[in-house]
Structure formats: C-alpha cells, structure tokens
Design a protein around this ligand. Structure first.
Ligand code: FAD
Length: 428
C-alpha cells in the first residue's frame, strides 16, 4: 500500500492514499454494475476512480464483471489533461473527472489498437520520437580534452554500507562544456595502461542538471563507484583505474573531461510525461539529474520552459540502507511533491521478496508489474533503466507476465516503444 508523502520500501513500511483512474472497457451491464453506478458510455469506456489501497480489489471486481482495464493514470495527471481541479474525496466506483466534463482524452483513443498474431487486441505504441534538437555532443574530444577542476568529492555510502561511491563536482566554467540531463562525459585518468599507452577515457553518467548542483551553469557532477573485484585466478583484490582515481581525487585537482555524449537517455520535452525510472547503484546518476530538473531547478526558476506536471516513479535497487545514494534529497523531493514523485526502494540484503528471498529491483517491479504495465502503455510514459548490466532481464520477465494477462507479447511491445523513443536503457 502506498501513502502519499511517504517512501515505499523504506524500513519495510507499506504506504498509500493516492487515487488513480482506471479506464475500463467491456464492462457488462448487470445488476452489480447498475448498483455500483459505473457509468458505461456508448464508446464502451468507463472511468473509475480507485484509491491505491483498493487497486487490486477493484481489478478483481472489474475482471469479474467482464471488464478489461486499458489504462491506469494517477488522478492528478488526468486532471491536468482535463484542465480540472483536484477532487480529494474521490473513491472507487465514482465517476471520473473525465466523465464529468465530457472533455476527456481517453487513453484508449490516444493509443491505436491492433491485433497481435493470436488475433487478440493489443495496444500499439505510436512511433513518435521526441525531437532533441540542439543536444550538445563531443564538444571536447580525447585528443583535446577540457581540463576541469575538482570542487568537491563527497562520500555517498553511509557507515555500514558496502563499497565506496562518491559524488564529485567539477568546475567547468572556464570552457565551452555544455550538457543536458541524461548525457555522459568521458574522464581520462592519468598514466598509462599495461601496454604503456596513455589511459583511455571511461564514460560516466552525469548526475547533475544542465545548470549544475549550484544552479549557476558552472559545474558538472558525477556519481562514481570504485570498481573492486577479486581477480578470478589470483584471488587478489583489483581496483579499477579510473574509478579509483576519481573516488580519491581532491578539491583543486585537474581532471581531463571529454564529451558530452549520448542521446539515448534524454528526458522528453513534454512536461506532462510519466517518467518511470529503474536504477541500481550508480544508475541513480541520470535519475538524479531528471529529478532535479523536474523539481529542484524549478525552485530557482531557471527552467521556465520545463515546469514538470507529470508523474515520476523511481524504483531504486541497492544492497543495504546505507547504500541509498542521495537518500535525503530523494526523500525530501518525495515529501515535497507527493503527487508527482513516487519513490520505491528494493533493498536486497534487508528486504524480502514474495518468495522469501532477497528483494532485488526485479522483485519490486514484479510486485508492481500490473500497475507499471498500465502506465507503460500510456503514450505519455517514458521508462528509463540504468545501472548494472543484466538488470533488464528480470524487469522484462516481470513486465512480460503483466502484459501476457492482456494477451500482449512484451518483447514485441517493447520493440515498439523502443522505436517510439519511450524505452531507454543504459547499463554497464
Ligand atoms: P578498469 O581499470 O577499466 O577495469 C575494468 C575492467 O576490469 C573490465 O573491463 C574488466 O576487464 C575487469 N573487471 C571488472 N569487473 C570484474 C570482475 N568482477 N571480475 C573480473 N574482471 C573484472 N560508473 C560509475 O561508477 N558511475 C557512472 O555513473 C557510470 N556511468 C557509466 C555510463 C556509461 C554509458 C558507461 C558505458 C559506463 C559507466 N560507468 C559508470 C562505468 C565506468 O565507465 C567504468 O567502466 C568504471 O568506472 C570502471 O572503470 P575503471 O577504470 O575503474 O576500471
């Protein structure tokens, strides 16, 4: 259960009082639908307001009545679409705002339906790419990198946590380096590799917005984990070259920066978008940039063109509570913008999945799969996955199960939303 203003998965607390609107088709007129006053329209679509804590119950009831849920939207988003004032007294079975003013753009109408190869109706993602004009790329190349200066290098893992992860801020005010949220920069570590050649660049996702952590357009920040592993043959502990260099770099030190690069992880320009973020470990870096852009930068009025009114949902996988990178920032944003930002943790070594095993990100996704699937079908939804390579498989499995309930083959659907520029993955 999800309670507005609180954080899911934190300290095993289950939370919730958000209201969602189900769009349902195929409801049979019956004694029960008459009794519950479900408004069945000529088009066949019915909009039902459902508090979060009754979602499953209502889903079962709709299925029993022969209905099929074709979309689920948080009520504030629908109200934005309808230009309507919020109604905090909404309950399940009530007529939705869209019904009331007759101006709704039902999701089913936005999403053309097609038949899959089994002849079942599936929702088809419209092939429409966001245009990212003016995205800066490769302003600085490896043969002539920008020389930035370290401003700060702060630990992100608290006492008792695992490994070393640092938030590092660089001064870039002396050059021409520009970037936007979702891009990466290259760092060239000093020294030579085992062949005696100068070290090559390593890529790092940018963790700050285009305006930087100080909102003065003069910095770029990274979230870097020191690579540490046991050598498979010798058993010796090996530390990564560049990540070790960065994690121990000192304020005032020079750093060679290249880029920026990447257009895969950019945010949609649409301020009404739904943004689902699934991150593990340092995969939080681009998500932090998105969230700051959506919420924090606006407090400084630096983004008149981007006043986020949509719904964002971060599902964050980490091993232990002290490993919740940027915990205070995330929870503060969640408290401040409970209608626009939902935060769910999967803390693998502390929380249990439904089978009693460790709670990995894919287990949380599985837990919320029906809800996520309904959101993903919405044309306004973009999904971002970042972090450990291999994390996609479990997520795909969870979403496959939810899509299959509606006769949709997830892998086919995923291809469509990738083509439409709504499915974004960066794993390493
Ligand atoms: P290196 O010295 O280059 O060592 C890496 C090598 O070690 C590997 O190539 C492999 O041969 C070996 N190795 C690694 N693990 C093992 C193992 N378990 N067993 C055996 N051998 C192993 N990292 C971050 O911390 N934060 C980010 O935001 C981030 N963003 C990225 C974005 C992109 C687009 C990409 C591609 C990567 C990103 N990375 C990020 C990873 C980063 O680029 C580096 O790969 C990482 O920091 C390791 O570099 P290194 O120089 O420390 O390790």
């Amino acid at each position: 259960m999800y309670i507005k203003g609180a954080v899911e998965g934190a300290a095993n607390t289950e939370l919730g009082s958000r209201v969602f609107v189900y769009e349902v088709v195929g409801l049979r007129q019956s004694e029960e639908t008459d009794n519950t006053n479900y408004p069945i329209r000529q088009s066949g679509s019915v909009f039902i307001r459902v508090p979060y804590n009754r979602m499953n119950q209502e889903m079962r009831r709709i299925t029993r009545l022969g209905g099929k849920i074709v979309s689920i939207q948080p009520v504030n988003l629908l109200q934005e679409l309808n230009g309507q004032a919020p109604n905090s007294n909404a309950t399940s079975g009530e007529n939705a705002s869209s019904e009331a003013n007759g101006k709704a753009t039902p999701v089913a109408e936005q999403q053309p339906k097609s038949k899959d190869n089994k002849g079942k109706t599936m929702t088809q993602a419209k092939a429409k790419k966001d245009v990212h004009a003016d995205v800066p790329v490769n302003i600085y190349r490896p043969n002539a990198p920008y020389i930035g200066k370290v401003i700060s290098n702060e630990p992100l893992v608290k006492e008792g946590g695992i490994g070393l992860v640092q938030h590092i801020k660089f001064d870039i005010s002396g050059g021409d380096l520009r970037y936007i949220e979702g891009q990466s920069i290259g760092i060239i570590p000093p020294g030579v590799d085992k062949n005696g050649k100068p070290e090559k660049l390593r890529l790092y996702s940018i963790a700050s917005t285009r305006h930087g952590d100080d909102v003065d357009d003069k910095t770029v920040s990274l979230c870097v984990r020191q690579l540490e592993y046991k050598h498979p043959e010798s058993g010796e502990t090996v530390y990564g070259v560049c990540s070790t260099h960065l994690c121990h770099i000192k304020p005032g030190d020079d750093v060679k920066i290249t880029g920026p690069v990447g257009k895969e992880m950019l945010l949609p320009a649409d301020t009404d978008a739904n943004v689902i973020m699934m991150a593990t470990g340092t995969g939080i870096a681009p998500m932090r940039a998105y969230l700051w852009r959506m919420f924090k930068d606006n407090e400084k009025a630096v983004n008149p063109e981007y006043q986020f009114k949509g719904f964002s949902w971060l599902i964050f996988g980490i091993p232990t509570s002290p490993n919740i990178l940027y915990k205070e920032e995330l929870e503060e944003m969640q408290q401040q913008y409970p209608d626009n930002f939902r935060l769910t943790y999967a803390i693998s070594r502390e929380q249990k999945n439904a089978q009693g095993g460790r709670m990995y990100i894919q287990d949380r996704v599985a837990e919320h799969a029906d809800e996520l699937w309904q959101l993903i079908k919405n044309e306004k939804t973009h999904t971002y996955i970042c972090g450990l390579r291999g994390m996609e498989d479990g997520i795909d499995a969870a979403l496959s199960a939810a899509a299959a309930k509606e006769g949709v083959t997830w892998s086919d659907y995923q291809k469509e939303i990738k083509k439409a520029g709504r499915w974004h993955v960066e794993t390493y």
